[in-house]
Write a protein that binds this ligand. Sequence first.
Ligand SMILES: *Cc1c(COP(=O)(O)O)cnc(C)c1O
Length: 427
Amino acid sequence: MMPSSLPGQPHVGYRGDALFVEDVALADLAAAHGTPLYVYSRGAMLAALDAYRRGFAGRQVQICYAMKANSTLAVLQVFAQAGCGFDIVSGGELQRVLAAGGDPKKVIFSGVGKTPAEMRDALASGIGCFNVESDAELDVLNAVAVAGGWRAPVSIRVNPNVDPKTHPYISTGLKGNKFGIAHEHAVAAYRHAASLPGLEVVGIDCHIGSQITEETPYLDAMDRVLDMVEAIEAAGIRLHHIDFGGGLGIDYQGDTPPAADDLWKQLLAKIDARGFGDRQLMVEPGRSLVGNAGVCLTEVLYLKPGEQKNFCIVDAAMNDLPRPAMYQAFHAIVPLDRSRPTDDAPIYDVVGPVCESGDWIGRDRTLAVEAGDRLAVLSAGAYCMSMASNYNTRGRAAEVLVDGATAHLVRERETAADQMRAERLVG
Ligand SMILES: *Cc1c(COP(=O)(O)O)cnc(C)c1O
């Protein structure tokens, strides 16, 4: 914990006027590596993981980091070394887990559109479980497994039809979503799965959405899932594990999500009360493990005062940090050096260089800045770098992992040559 850490991010804070991640001054990193630059705190990731581990103390549990939140190899390595499993959603993500030293037996494969080739590769690697999302997928997975002489461990993703009360694009557990199998149909789907020779039913899973900041949707979803567990086992199909997905929110702007350990105390009480306390538990947290472990550093290029709005044009853009453009998401933006007086500081829209009006990073921010100053976009560890693109032929940012007073460059800045590598001119 830093002496004056920022809200929601104990590993980021000011010492005097200088912003630090753990024991490293961010201005030094920006000077050494340029901007935009992602910086992650290893300690913050491990502290977030610890909150889950405290919640599950004394239980049989497998925590599978949902790596789409941040799939940088060095980030995966932190979790692999801590003994985590991984929740993947593509064959490419499996390659990353293996490259980072993750254990394939602790990998679960989620997603509505797995291809037969991805299924084959995952079976050949010996992954722990497929979270299957439709009847048609059960049949294809069965065929792939039978053809290769495997038995695929499966869990069916059930849709508990609860409203997670989050942004519609990141809500996944409602009837109108493309995810999971409707709870009314769950027993039939399990019967079908159990009848297929290439499949071995091992569990049940659900995932209701993301950036969930209330307890109620989780408590309601658990009741529904446990109803389904009862009904499935009454049909003679034993479930070895219960996977409750991810989705726990983080504090972006005064958000107050439940702490992982408190939430799990309540959820475990429900599981125990229904007599399923002996089952292996799994969770798939993404954002809550990395979101507040990362910041994105950017430099002010130009200040552009206007009649209606003032613009603060920075060198990070929607291709680096897509959440504001995609979900109108809020990220706090603070200076790396806070010594400028803030009285009468103007209000700016902080925008990037990309040729789109949707290219904004923060709206209506009071900032005491000049061109050349550097800013940190906070809470940028999840769904930022992993969603970054090359739009406008902008190279993706470099990344640094901080561990105490040590900073490791874990991804070089992408060059234009990197981007053109796989392209061909005609003739
Ligand atoms: C995205 C996703 C997660 C992780 O969600 P977070 O909100 O980042 O915790 C977990 N499980 C599945 C199936 C997902 O698609």
